[in-house]
Design a protein around this ligand. Structure first.
Ligand code: SAM
Length: 234
């Protein structure tokens, strides 16, 4: 089932910070495939070195995906097995792997997941917010459509997961408070890394905590869904 050589595309999850989070199966697959399509080859080289993996890499990112995808599909159709990895976490979750997977599916190529870490789920499960139903919003639009997207989340009752960069985290938390109200949140910073921190409390509390110093690191926002007020019986 798992034997590379039959033109399979493996979607291999990699650590989101702590190199020990690499799965044993992921290591084996990365060592056995003909080529690894990597979002940032220099970044992935550190992981490959750690596990003594010698497989060649091909850069695969937003700026070259249209050009490189047909070459990868040709190799897969010819019987080569390839792996795709992103900078961190699960390929396809807010990174360009989706494009390759869609093309592989269109060409009837076998696509196999090799699951592992993802920042979204890592933050959700420690947030203390309901995990039974949640929505993943990825990155919010920066300009066009931002307000409409935020407005569309107002009535969302499921826990909401959002990715954000360090230079926009304060703006996003402030916009969320303005449009959705001062709800409970868990902001996960540098998850699995040396300076890991979970900021739990109201949006105002999280804004206050992050305003104290220069904001650094990677962030996931896990936000409480809308709570329908129970109508009082007369
Ligand atoms: N594919 C990845 C995954 O499965 O989580 C996500 C890729 S997306 C381009 C990168 C974003 O994920 C970052 O901007 C941040 O919001 C989030 N992220 C990744 N690693 C993180 C970490 N260690 N701590 C907090 N957030 C992280």
């Amino acid at each position: 089932m798992d034997t590379p050589g039959s033109g399979t595309l493996y979607i291999v999850s990699t650590p989101i910070g702590n190199l020990e989070d690499m799965t044993m199966r992921g290591v084996r697959i990365l060592g056995e495939v003909s080529l690894i399509a990597a979002e940032d080859t220099r970044h992935t080289a550190i992981l490959l070195k750690q596990y003594a993996i010698k497989t060649h890499m091909q850069a695969y990112h937003d700026h070259n995906k249209e050009k490189v995808t047909p070459l990868l599909i040709r190799r897969l159709s010819g019987g080569d097995s390839l792996a795709v990895v992103s900078d961190a976490g699960t390929p396809g979750i807010s990174d360009p792997a989706f494009y390759l997977v869609r093309e592989a599916v269109r060409h009837d190529i076998r696509v196999i997941p090799v699951p592992g870490p993802s920042a979204a789920l890592a933050c959700l499960v420690v947030s203390g917010l309901p995990t039974d139903r949640f929505v993943f919003e990825g990155f919010l639009p920066v300009k066009k459509g931002r307000r409409t997207r935020l407005e569309s989340l107002k009535e969302e009752q499921r826990t909401i997961i959002i990715y954000e960069s360090p230079h926009r985290i304060l703006r996003t938390l402030t916009d969320l408070r303005e449009i959705l109200g001062d709800r409970q949140v868990c902001v996960g910073r540098e998850i699995t890394k040396k300076f890991e921190e979970m900021i739990r409390g109201s949006l105002s509390w999280a804004i206050d905590c992050l305003s104290r110093d220069r904001v650094r690191g990677e962030f996931v926002i896990t936000l409480q869904g809308s709570v329908k007020e129970k109508r009082k019986t007369p």
